[in-house]
Ligand binder design. Structure first.
Ligand code: FMN
Length: 188
């Protein structure tokens, strides 16, 4: 009888533990950890990244290159054209401390020659992003999305790339709230 009682008590204790464990797990998945990572040469993508971060939280991360681009627009476009044609990957100055902790990565790039900036390719190749949700946000000078998102898809094969990227002219944030809400985020 004592044995049966003891067994009964440990069974209840085990169940209680399991229930606690389950609660902890479901809480974790209910609040995915967000990283808002971006590269920006002239500040537009940075402004959109900051707006996303202000509205939904998470951690903000600036992708920066060791070697900076020229100050002058035309010289930068020439250098960028060469780098993109040659598949050059600039070394990055900044590093995400622990990428494994993030479930969702908002990834921002300017449209450079119809594709993403080489620094963003370096970022994609620097980390194991397998299984993570990647939500691209692209700023452009009137070309729109072009091959930016398809290049992210190519270069981040294990990722789940959102089919609903942000594509905005220059630094516009008009419609950002609706976009985030449509993705399922609560906007501050
Ligand atoms: C090197 C370079 C190449 C660019 N190529 C394009 C392009 O092909 N199509 C386009 O619409 N805008 C192009 N732009 C304009 C940028 O995409 C646009 O200004 C963007 O918002 C800049 O973002 P940023 O301020 O974060 O660097 C280019 C700008 C630079 C500097």
């Amino acid at each position: 009888m004592k044995k049966l009682l003891a067994l009964g008590i440990s069974f209840i204790a085990l169940n209680a533990q399991a229930a606690e464990g389950n609660t902890a797990i479901s809480n974790e998945s209910a609040t995915p950890k967000i990283l808002v990572a971006y590269y920006s040469w002239s500040g537009n993508t940075k402004q959109v990244a900051e707006a996303i971060h202000d509205k939904i939280g998470g951690d903000l991360f600036a992708i920066e290159t060791v070697q900076t681009y020229p100050e002058e627009y035309r010289a930068t476009t020439e250098q960028a054209k060469k780098e993109i044609n040659e598949g050059f990957r600039p070394d990055l100055k900044t590093k995400v401390a622990d990428i494994a902790q993030y479930d969702v990565i908002f990834l921002g790039s300017p449209n450079w020659w119809g594709t993403i900036a080489p620094a963003v390719s370096s970022f994609l190749e620097s980390y194991d992003l397998n299984g993570k949700t990647v939500i691209p946000f692209i700023t452009h000078g009137s070309g729109g999305v072009q091959n930016t998102v398809s290049t992210i898809k190519e270069q981040c094969q294990g990722c789940q790339i959102s089919d609903n990227p942000w594509v905005g002219y220059s630094n516009t944030t008009t419609g950002l709230d609706a976009w985030l809400e449509n993705l399922g985020y609560k906007v501050k």
